[in-house]
Design a protein around this ligand. Structure first.
Ligand code: PGA
Length: 254
C-alpha cells in the first residue's frame, strides 16, 4: 500500500503574526509543485488565523500545537477543537514531548485530546518517543508500546486510519542528533506491528507514521527511504522557509 507522505513543521513558541505571514508567503511558491505530499505548518495559537489566511488557495494546511478535550469551560490557557475548526485549522499535534516534559501531559490526557480531535474532524498528529535513559536501559520497546496502547485507547479502526503518528525520540529533538534511518525504521516497524495487533493489516498499512527529531533537508531523503517512514515532524528546520521548502521537495524526491 502506498501512503501519501506528510511533512509538518512544528514552529513551537516561534513566529509572531507578522513572522508567520512572512514565512507562509515565502513557503507557498517554494512548494506549490509538491503535490504528492501533505504539507502542514503548526504555528502558535496566536498565529493560526494569519497562517490560514496566508496559506489560502495553496497546498499548505495549518495545524495547532495542542488542543483541549473539553468543548468549553474553566480551563485557563486551553483551546478547544471548536475554536480551531472555526479558524479552518485542519490538524492538531497532541502529546509532543515538550508538552509531556514541561507541562505534565500524560498518555491519558493525550488520548482525550486525540478523541476530541477525531470527533470534530481535526486530524491528530500523536507524538510518542523514548528518552535517552529509557533507550540506554533497554526500555525503548516497552515505553513505545505503553504510549501507543494508552494514547490510542478506544480509537476505532476507521478513525485510526485518519490519525497520524509521530515517532520522536526525545534525545533527537533539538539536539542535532538524528536517529539513524535504521534506528527510526526499527521503531516505526514496531509501531506498525502494534497497530496490526490492535487493529488489522489494512489499518496498520494505512496509518502514516512520521519521524521527528533533528530532521533537515540533508537527512530527510535517507529517512524517507525506509519502508515505514511516511514523513516528518520538523522543528528547527521548518522555521526557515528555504530550508523547509527544500526539505519538502527532497522528501518526495526518491
Ligand atoms: P527538531 O524538533 O526538528 O528541532 O529536532 C522536532 C520536534 O520537536 O517536533
Amino acid at each position: 500500500m502506498t501512503r501519501k507522505p506528510i511533512i509538518a513543521g512544528n514552529w513551537k513558541m516561534n513566529n509572531t503574526v507578522a513572522d508567520t505571514r512572512d514565512a507562509v508567503r515565502k513557503l507557498v511558491p517554494l512548494v506549490n509543485d509538491s503535490v504528492d505530499v501533505d504539507i502542514v505548518v503548526c504555528p502558535p495559537f496566536t498565529s493560526l488565523a494569519a497562517a490560514v489566511d496566508a496559506a489560502e488557495s495553496s497546498n499548505i494546511s495549518v495545524g495547532a500545537q495542542n488542543v483541549h478535550w473539553e468543548e468549553k469551560g474553566a480551563y485557563t490557557g486551553e483551546i478547544s477543537v471548536k475554536m480551531l475548526i472555526e479558524l479552518n485549522v485542519a490538524y492538531a499535534v497532541v502529546g509532543h514531548s515538550e508538552r509531556r516534559q514541561y507541562f505534565g501531559e500524560t498518555d491519558v490526557n493525550v488520548n482525550r485530546r486525540l478523541h476530541a480531535s477525531l470527533q470534530a474532524g481535526l486530524i491528530p498528529i500523536v507524538c510518542v518517543g523514548e528518552t535517552l535513559e529509557q533507550r540506554r536501559s533497554g526500555e525503548m520497546e516497552a515505553v513505545i508500546t505503553g504510549q501507543i496502547r494508552v494514547c490510542l485507547d478506544k480509537v476505532s479502526a476507521d478513525r485510526m486510519c485518519g490519525t497520524v503518528i509521530a515517532y520522536e525520540p526525545v534525545w533527537a529533538i533539538g539536539t542535532g542528533v538524528t536517529a539513524t534511518p535504521e534506528q527510526a525504521q526499527e521503531v516505526h516497524s514496531l509501531i506498525r506491528r502494534l497497530l496490526r495487533e490492535s487493529y488489522d493489516d489494512t489499518t496498520a498499512e494505512t496509518v502514516r507514521i512520521q519521524y521527528g527529531g533533528s530532521v533537515k533537508s540533508s537527512n530527510i531523503n535517507d529517512l524517507m527511504s525506509q519502508p515505514d517512514i511516511d514523513g516528518a515532524l520538523v522543528g528547527g528546520a521548518s522555521l526557515v522557509p528555504d530550508e523547509f521548502g527544500d526539505l519538502i521537495k527532497k522528501a518526495v524526491d526518491n
